[in-house]
Design a binder for this molecule. Structure first.
Ligand code: SF4
Length: 423
């Protein structure tokens, strides 16, 4: 049963007191609601999670398994993007994998350590080499790779993305989805979505006409295939019956109606919440337990354990984010020369370089302060206090010389970012 969310509505000050903030609207184009298989499955998992991701647009944690799968897909896309043989060599496919892999740091990809990322990198290379050897005798250029289409149907604009489509003649196609996880689970909703949307897609008929010179009245998904790259095994699925597709589509329309009606009640559960990135924003999550009735109520020992876990997870997250921010700030600092203002798609940044002192040997610095009776002048034995002392013009030459023996001049990068209006 669905639980009601007791999250207080956001408020803003109005002339006559606090006014509730109107809820954010779901994204639309030309009055059509954006939809996809992933949106459906996320809403069915937890409507509040859907809202956090697609409406509030709260950032998600990077997932290393997505990063890994994405780089393998990029390499396969490179392999199959040829219009006619010869195909790229195995080395060139591995190089495509490497180039995509190196676009992001291990933290940006969602790995906790460089060693784990390196391990997966080696696994990816081995996987692609094995794939290449297993399939090289049967290489043939597919009809389409990484085909993405948006189809308007029943008030929705549904996006479907297919890894690979092969043309079988007479409007019939085979769709292949490459899987890189540990195992392959049949995902009926994904298969139904492919069948429903690709068969309605007018652009696909146009592409058949362009590529094969055949004007077909309709497209028919003859077969669908999950290809498990780690094991080089194929999992074929026959096309779904009309009644299966009909039942599935009713489910889609009901979900879309709920989204349009802004129904985002949380459905917390062990499985749903475990991998959810929005626990810290979620009023329904309390270490996997229902939130206590009274916010100030004393926590039981069980709840303290849950709080400790939650605190630990957030602290880990914060440390990882801090490391990523430091790495990015250093890269921006190197690229920005003496500083200035820069604009990305969504943010503008003003970058300032600030000279600063760093002190290496605390005991030695304390000795110098003691020798020249400077404790009082330093105010605090902190970097700021010592920097002020070093920079003051009336410090004796000898004391400055001795302090400088333990100081290094560095450059700090200060970055102020502002989101661009309307992004
Ligand atoms: S923590 Fe659980 S209840 Fe809250 S949004 Fe995530 S999945 Fe839904």
């Amino acid at each position: 049963m669905k639980k009601k969310s007791d999250a207080p509505a956001a408020v803003e000050s109005g002339l006559f007191g606090d006014l509730p903030t109107p809820p954010a609207a779901p994204a639309r184009r030309d009055g059509l609601l954006f939809f996809s298989y992933s949106r459906l499955s996320l809403y069915e998992e937890c409507p509040l999670k859907y809202k956090f991701k697609y409406i509030d647009k709260l950032p998600e944690e990077p997932k290393y398994y997505f990063a890994f799968g994405s780089s393998v897909h990029k390499a396969l896309e490179f392999l199959y993007s040829v219009k006619a043989p010869p195909f790229p060599t195995a080395e060139e496919v591995c190089e495509a994998f490497r180039m995509d892999w190196e676009r992001k740091s291990y933290l940006e990809k969602g790995y906790r350590t460089q060693a784990k990322a390196d391990d997966d990198y080696r696994k990816g290379l081995a996987m692609l080499k094995a794939y290449y050897e297993h399939n090289r005798a049967a290489f043939r250029p597919p009809f389409l790779v990484e085909y993405s289409t948006d189809v308007a149907v029943d008030g929705l604009l549904v996006r479907a993305i297919s890894d690979r489509i092969d043309y079988l003649g007479d409007g019939r196609v085979l769709i292949t989805d490459y899987k890189t996880g540990k195992d392959v689970r049949r995902e009926p909703a994904q298969l139904y979505m492919y069948q429903k949307i690709m068969e309605l897609d007018p652009a696909l008929k146009e592409r058949i006409a362009e590529n094969y010179g055949q004007r077909v009245g309709s497209v028919r998904i003859e077969k669908m295939l999950y290809y498990h790259v780690p094991s080089n095994k194929e999992y074929p699925f026959a096309r779904a019956s009309d009644s299966e597709i009909g039942g599935f589509w009713e489910r889609v329309l009901e979900t879309a109606e709920n989204i349009k009606g802004l129904k985002f009640d949380a459905t917390p559960g062990e499985r749903e919440c475990r991998w959810c990135d929005y626990k810290s924003s979620c009023p329904e999550y309390f270490g996997g337990h229902p939130r206590p009735e009274e916010p100030g109520a004393p926590a039981s020992s069980e709840r303290i354990e849950a709080l400790v876990d939650r605190y630990g997870r957030l602290k880990e997250k914060m440390d990882e984010i801090k490391a990523q921010l430091d790495e990015l700030a250093a890269s921006i600092g190197r690229a920005a020369g003496n500083g200035g203002s820069y604009a990305g798609d969504s943010f503008t940044a003003s970058v300032t370089k600030i000279p600063k002192w760093e002190f290496r040997d605390r005991e030695a610095v304390l000795g110098v302060l003691d020798q020249f009776d400077l404790y009082q002048r330093a105010m605090n034995v902190t970097v700021a206090g010592l920097s002020g002392l070093l920079d003051s013009p009336d410090l004796s030459a000898e004391a400055r010389k001795r302090l400088l023996e333990h100081a290094v001049r560095k450059t700090a990068v200060e970055i102020k970012v502002v989101r661009k209006p309307g992004t």
